[in-house]
Design a protein around this ligand. Structure first.
Ligand code: PLP
Length: 395
């Protein structure tokens, strides 16, 4: 296709396609894929473990047994029950199975939640640095994202005052991600309470994205809906992706107020109807089967987290807040020359290590790069050696 005919086709696309910003994580991924040399890939946000064998076996058996058809839109009843049980057991959040809708990953649950809650004229508050998809999801729903930079001085912990200042009668939701991607910060519970209270006072929901909730290292994790007073205003989103190393199975859910859950289910009828029947069987096995694989992965991530924190502390110029959960460290590289994106590109081209530029997570992330420690200790060590090489060369 010529450039002219390509732009003629682009001009015919709907406006919403133009508002979407491309993820810088994917841009770095694309640049890395083009190189044919030994790169340390620390940009990717998924567990480096395989899905536990018993989960794969259960899914294969279920498929052979006929679980290959459409299911109820909200997911099969035993899975909704297993999700409700797991939420009560693991994060203290009490919901009935009818308050759970199963979707194709947390990603679809979040996207449909935005479509259910937000439209033109509505605002959704997103504290940043944050996973970039939220802003796109809000825009696709026709609403306006209101990003609120969190303070770097406190490791980007939730600053209730900054966030509540942005909640108005136009606000329909506040998205809180704890543990956070990209910082690994587990939000202060009192701050979450204060934000939930302010949201409730404006009839807005807190959407608590807790996909990393089972991966916390320094303290027990509690789901926001388990401790805030206005729990009926909290919608919990979670998935099997990070907890069970099941990113490719695309299985997640939204739980909370039934009218919202029902709206998400009914909008989902026009997108994918239901999640994959085989993946639902896999999720059922994951949630109800042995939990040792989760404990093993978590222990491995914790060991790597400790290693990263110690290793970065030895570096000149570069530093990072201590990640309390998830598998990311957010490295302050602001003393190196150029913005985050330039630093990330130089790290790749001159030092062979791939990172995610911090400004891809909102303006608050400028001056940082995210590394994922979902990689072997050996590779993480090599990657950090290369980052130090650049820090020493450029200081
Ligand atoms: N929420 C956050 C904060 C994430 O980091 C991710 C994936 O990276 C998701 C949601 C999407 O998870 P899923 O694979 O369940 O769609």
């Amino acid at each position: 296709m010529t450039d002219a005919s390509q732009s003629a086709v682009s001009a015919r696309l709907a406006d919403r396609t133009r508002s979407l910003e491309r993820s810088k994580i994917r841009v770095m991924f694309g640049l890395a894929e083009r190189e044919d040399r030994d790169l340390v890939r620390l940009e990717v946000g998924e567990p480096d473990f395989g899905t536990p064998d018993h989960v794969i076996d259960a899914a294969a058996e279920a498929a052979r047994g006929g679980a290959t058809h459409y299911t109820e839109n909200a997911g099969i009843p035993p899975l909704r029950e297993a999700i409700a049980d797991t939420m009560a057991r693991e994060s203290g959040v009490e919901v009935a199975p009818e308050q759970v809708t199963v979707k194709n990953g947390a990603m679809e649950a979040l996207s449909l939640a935005m479509m259910a809650l937000a439209g033109p004229g509505d605002e959704v508050v997103v504290p940043t640095p944050a996973w970039p998809n939220y802003v796109n999801q809000v825009q696709l729903a026709g609403a306006t994202p209101v990003t609120v930079p969190l303070p770097a001085e406190s490791g980007f912990d939730l600053d209730a005052e900054r966030v509540t200042d942005q909640i108005t009668d136009d606000t329909v939701a506040v998205i809180l991600t704890s543990p956070s991607n990209p910082t690994g910060q587990v939000y202060d519970e009192e701050a979450v309470e204060a934000v939930a209270e302010a949201a409730a006072a404006h009839d807005a929901y807190v959407v608590a994205d807790e996909v990393y909730g089972r991966l916390t290292y320094d303290r027990e994790f509690r789901g926001a809906a388990s401790y805030v007073e206005d729990a009926e205003n909290v919608l919990t989103v979670d998935s099997c992706s990070k907890t069970y190393a099941m990113t490719g199975w695309r299985l997640g859910w939204l739980a909370g107020a039934e009218p919202v859950v029902d709206a998400v289910t009914s909008i989902g009828e026009s997108t994918t109807a239901c999640p994959s029947s085989v993946s639902q069987q896999a999720a059922l096995a994951a949630l109800t089967g042995p939990q040792e694989p989760v404990a093993e992965m978590k222990a491995a991530f914790e060991e790597r987290r400790d290693f990263v924190v110690e290793r970065v502390a030895e570096m000149p110029v570069v530093s990072c807040p201590r990640p309390e959960g998830a598998f990311y460290a957010f490295l302050d590289v602001s003393d190196l020359s150029g913005g985050s994106f330039e630093v990330a590109k130089r790290l790749l081209s001159e030092h062979g290590v791939v990172t995610a530029p911090g400004d891809g997570f909102g303006d608050a992330g400028e001056g940082y790069v995210r590394i994922s420690f979902a990689n072997s200790l050996d590779r993480i060590e090599t990657g950090l050696d290369r980052i130090e090489e650049m820090a020493r060369a450029e200081r």
